[in-house]
Design a protein around this ligand. Structure first.
Ligand SMILES: Nc1ncnc2c1ncn2[C@@H]1O[C@H](COP(=O)(O)OP(=O)(O)OP(=O)(O)O)[C@@H](O)[C@H]1O
Length: 257
């Protein structure tokens, strides 16, 4: 068995709503997870349960309120909950890739440049970055006439494909996928499934949210079911063993329904 690349131990998240008198909104309590290289762990659970929040904590967009979120490298560990702000830039450049549901559009930056950017940020040669970006855009069936244009006017599905190409191009060892197939037709969903399978084969660890059942069943090695009762049942001191595992992990091969 491969040793895990990402682990969460007793992870808590409480939002503090400063605009509403500092009201606390607890979302997650005592979450444990473990994700190995070459595996895809899919998050499930009802709307609002905290799936995107978990991805955003791993990506450093949201602060961890309690517990540990740790990356394990051959030469040591990196505790994400204690990482200084300036370190996130390097981590996102080299280690953590994030395909969000919506593309962040920058005026006058072409689709091709949006996709090339993660490679250029690492010092990759421009012609190589350009060739790899074009190959991905072509695989994702984005018409060539759009490559030169800024994606602001693209359809939802076209923007999502630019976002997917940008997310996969740099081959980060950890990839966070927030509904990457939500606006795609069947042919392009198939391309994304293939990209995920290729990423697994090169050892990428993936944490994803997929509402499309068929895609989920094809890509998930394990399912992590977040459940509302994570937030019920008292304090840390009186939490029972079952509260600690108030999420369900299903191994690949078992039914995911
Ligand atoms: N920045 C924020 N500030 C305050 N509350 C937030 C913030 N982000 C998320 N929440 C709250 O946290 C809870 C979990 O939201 P999240 O988006 O993680 O759910 P989800 O499981 O991904 O839902 P969906 O399946 O609908 O996308 C929700 O109640 C949401 O309102």
């Amino acid at each position: 068995m491969t040793s895990p690349f990402l682990t969460a131990r007793r992870l808590d998240k409480t939002f503090v709503l400063h605009a509403q008198g500092g009201q606390a909104l607890p979302v997650m309590r005592g979450l444990d997870l473990s994700l190995s290289p070459g595996k895809c762990l899919v998050l499930a659970g009802r709307s609002g349960i905290g799936k995107s929040t978990l991805l955003k904590m791993v990506n450093g967009n949201y602060r961890v309120s309690g517990g540990q979120l740790t990356l394990h490298f051959e030469d040591g560990e990196l505790e994400l909950s204690a990482l200084p702000a300036h370190a996130w830039h390097l981590l996102r450049r080299d280690v953590i890739g994030y395909v969000s549901q919506f593309l962040r559009v920058v005026p006058r930056v072409s689709a091709r440049e949006v996709v090339m950017e993660p490679l250029l940020a690492r010092g990759c040669d421009v012609s190589e970055a350009r060739a790899r970006a074009e190959a991905l855009l072509a695989r994702l069936n984005l018409p060539e006439r759009l490559w030169e244009l800024a994606p602001g006017t693209f359809s939802g599905g076209e923007q999502q494909r630019v976002n997917i190409a940008r997310g996969f191009i740099a081959e980060h060892p950890l990839l966070l996928l927030d509904e990457p197939t939500a606006s795609l037709d069947a042919a392009n969903r198939e391309v994304v499934v293939q990209l995920i399978e290729e990423a697994k084969a090169r050892g990428t660890a993936m944490l994803g949210i997929f509402h499309d059942e068929e895609v989920r069943e094809r890509v998930a090695d394990r399912l992590l079911e977040l459940e509302g009762h994570m937030l019920l049942g008292g304090t840390d001191a009186d939490r029972t063993a079952s509260d600690h595992t108030s999420f369900r992990q299903t191994d690949s091969g078992e039914s995911l329904s």
